[in-house]
Design a protein around this ligand. Structure first.
Ligand SMILES: Nc1nc(=O)c2c([nH]1)NC[C@@H]1CN(c3ccc(C(=O)N[C@@H](CCC(=O)O)C(=O)O)cc3)C=[N+]21
Ligand SMILES: [Mg+2]
Length: 292
């Protein structure tokens, strides 16, 4: 059996087109387009690439992209000052501070300073708490993108499925588990201290791999027919981009699998645009755009 390849790039393109349609209505109604500010501290080339592609996608969706770059050696207070300036700017609906931040800066302090209504990454404790409580929240982009792919793969019928999330980060693992629970999956979170991760994965209908270690999930860990969502984006020394799953082996066992690249990554960016639109509608008191 060979798995169906889940085309995240195509699904992301469709979502971006939907967002762009809603942006047109928003702009006609409100007299301005939604605005997204991306803050980049330092010169890390990989981060620079992500920030540029986010800016391009934002403009392609008809939104206003604001890019703010700060030198790597700035103090925390300078970044906090920029965040409060963006919080107060009525033309800005979404604020994303690119992570990781340099070590002299307390990332949690910066995330906590972002207005939760503009926190399009969904990393603020208020949004994490709202997600966990089932209240309207801004939901982290990568897990939201994974959930969209899963809902499509199962035609919305996730209830009762066994899901294993491998990785417990605040950015992916924990919010992913909350979202799956919200769709009535039975959820296990496995991590570096879990005994016999292989056995946990073998029992799962849905595997979310979010550990950041190339080929961490072996092909023979996958239950035949399971759906595998690979969140890992690991650059190998030879320049190749690979996920956390041994794809070549898993594709022979799984029922469906996301590739790297072209799987979860593009969905993350599309969901960032979606969150910016949602934040803009809430801030302006417009009804939530539906179908997103
Ligand atoms: N506050 C914050 N929010 C983020 O969402 C955030 C961040 N910081 N820091 C960096 C990571 C990384 N990230 C990616 C998003 C899309 C792709 C993506 O589209 N990847 C393509 C491949 C790109 C390539 O070829 O390098 C793919 O998987 O197909 C990758 C990585 C968001 N991040
Ligand atoms: Mg972890």
């Amino acid at each position: 059996m060979t798995a169906r390849i889940i085309d995240g790039k195509a699904r992301a393109a469709a979502l971006r087109a939907d967002v762009a349609g809603h942006v047109t209505h928003f702009a006609a109604r409100i007299g301005r387009a939604p605005g997204l500010a991306v803050v980049l501290v330092g010169e890390d080339p990989a981060s620079g690439v992500y920030v540029r592609s986010k800016g391009k996608a934002t403009r392609e969706a008809g939104m206003v992209s604001v890019e703010r770059r700060l030198p790597a050696d700035i103090d925390e207070w300078a970044l906090l000052e920029l965040v409060s300036e963006l919080n107060a700017d009525p033309a800005i609906d979404g604020i994303l501070v690119q992570l990781p931040l340099p070590s002299q800066i307390d990332a949690q302090a910066v995330i906590g300073a972002i207005d939760p209504a503009k926190d399009v990454d969904g990393f603020h404790p208020v949004n994490a708490g709202r997600l966990a409580t089932g209240l309207p929240a801004l939901v982290p982009c990568t897990p939201l993108g994974c959930l969209m792919l899963l809902r499509e793969a199962y035609d919305g019928k996730l209830a009762g499925l066994d899901a294993v999330v491998v990785g417990r980060s605040n950015i992916v693992g924990k919010p992913m588990a909350q979202l799956l629970l919200g769709d009535s999956c039975t959820v296990t979170i496995a991590h570096s201290r879990t005994r016999d991760v292989a056995a946990r994965v073998r029992s799962a209908d849905i595997v979310i791999a979010a550990v950041g270690i190339p080929h961490f999930i072996a092909g023979d860990w996958i239950k035949p027919g399971a759906t595998v969502i690979d969140v890992g984006i690991n650059r190998l020394p030879d320049g190749r981009l690979v996920g956390d799953v041994d794809y070549a082996a898993a594709v022979e066992v799984a029922g469906a699998i996301t590739p790297v690249p072209g799987g979860v990554g593009p969905m993350t960016i599309a969901c960032l645009l979606r969150n910016t639109l949602v934040a803009a509608c809430r801030r302006e008191g417009l009804p939530e755009p539906d179908g997103l």
